[in-house]
Design a protein around this ligand. Structure first.
Ligand SMILES: Cc1ncc(COP(=O)(O)O)c(C=O)c1O
Length: 384
């Protein structure tokens, strides 16, 4: 059986992998080298310089392509470096349509870095895909989506958006950081580019900052490889190794994240001190049906607003948490809590972020894989 035909859980372990050529090492060694000996100019064993390619990074890139059902993977120094590479496909004058509810750092990169190079970003609520159609014009080149969105857990119908982008000859890029390919595979749903902050669930242990892109089209891959090498924000060998190791347990971790996430979502929803819980697994979530169709579970990310909550109330709650660590980031084995208005989304102007629901009292949880009773007890004491 070819490794391409493996089921998902087997792909996380074997996809795109082979024993190392030198000594048969089952895990690729950390090729901590910048350069490679040549017998004559151009006479080398496939590697010349580690910005262009490195064997440990190649092993990770092959794993990334495999788990996302793509052909070509690219590993970057961070999630934002991966998004940056996609933006460099564009020319001054081009337009991008992006979801209005997205990671604050992506918004900052679009507005504060790329707008000044003459690229226009139109932010729309993509809960209804028709909003995208209204913004398309002759200059539109790319649609950028995140689903579930950070931090409002909105769901965007990837297949429906891809029908629009295909009809108009646009590229569709999906930030798949929250769902991971365990829950959702955007290329199978018609996307052209999948992006990850592999810092999160793919790495899974809060010990790396890494980004990823996966595509299926050779010409698009060549353009992105060119940018990756020309701009140079590549993932180093040690981080490639750690991310690859993380991917090998992605499926078992995600299974537990989903179980714990579901239990915590219901716990909060039934709690007298909670006003609103955002989690796509609830039947009354506005796009629950789309989530059910395009995802195989609902993940471990949850946002909530305490009753009558103010900025200060939210801060008090996150300060009182003991097992949930107050920290930026998400997707690690340990549970984290964040206050988007002052942390991950502080780079979005208040009026702008409140339009998409990121109010001052909103708290975001990345539910880890600890015993769920301990997590509930922790939330109970923090809400008391
Ligand atoms: C959804 C999403 N996309 C992109 C990023 C950026 O990734 P990185 O921090 O690895 O640069 C993040 C980081 O939090 C994120 O949550």
């Amino acid at each position: 059986m070819s490794k391409k035909e493996l089921k998902f859980n087997s792909k996380t372990i074997h996809g795109g992998q082979q024993p190392d050529k030198a000594y048969g090492a089952v895990m690729p060694p950390i090729y901590q080298t910048s350069t490679y000996a040549q017998s004559t100019p151009g006479g080398h064993l496939g590697y010349e310089y580690s910005r262009s390619a490195n064997p440990t990074r190649t092993a990770l890139e092959n794993a990334l392509a495999s788990i996302e059902n793509g052909e070509y993977g690219m590993a970057f120094a961070s999630g934002l470096a991966a998004i940056d590479a996609v933006m460099k496909l564009l020319e001054p004058g081009d337009e991008v349509i992006s979801t209005s509810d997205l990671y604050g750092g992506s918004y900052r990169l679009f507005k504060r870095v790329y707008e000044k190079f003459g690229i226009t970003f139109r932010f729309v609520d993509m809960g209804h895909v028709n909003h995208i159609k209204e913004q398309i014009n002759a200059k539109t080149k790319l649609v950028w989506i995140e689903t579930p969105t950070n931090p409002m857990m909105n769901i965007i119908d990837i297949k429906a958006v891809s029908e629009i982008t295909k009809n108009h000859g646009l590229l569709l890029a999906v930030d798949n950081t929250f769902a991971t390919p365990y829950l959702q595979r955007p290329l199978d749903l018609g996307a052209d580019i999948v992006m990850h902050s592999a810092t999160k669930y793919l790495g899974g242990h809060s010990d790396v900052v890494v980004g990823a892109l996966v595509v299926s089209d050779k010409e698009l891959a060549d353009r992105l490889y060119f940018i990756q090498n020309a701009s140079g924000a590549v993932c180093g060998p040690m981080d490639s190794f750690l991310t690859l190791r993380g991917i090998k347990t992605l499926h078992v971790r995600m299974q537990r994240h989903c179980e714990n996430g579901e239990a915590i979502a219901h716990f909060l929803n039934n709690h007298p001190k909670i006003e609103k819980v955002y989690w796509p697994g609830f039947e009354d979530h506005p796009n629950h049906k789309v989530a059910k169709d395009q995802m195989s579970g609902f993940g471990g990310m949850i946002s909530f607003v305490p009753k009558g909550g103010s900025y200060e109330d939210a801060i008090k709650i996150v300060e009182k948490l003991k097992i949930f660590t107050l920290a930026e980031s998400l997707g690690g084995v340990e549970s984290l809590a964040g206050h988007p208005a002052s942390m991950t989304h502080a780079s979005i102007p208040k009026a702008e972020r409140e339009k998409s629901g990121v109010v001052d009292a909103l708290i975001r949880l990345s539910v880890g894989i600890e015993d769920v009773e301990d997590l509930m007890d922790d939330l109970e004491q923090a809400l008391a």
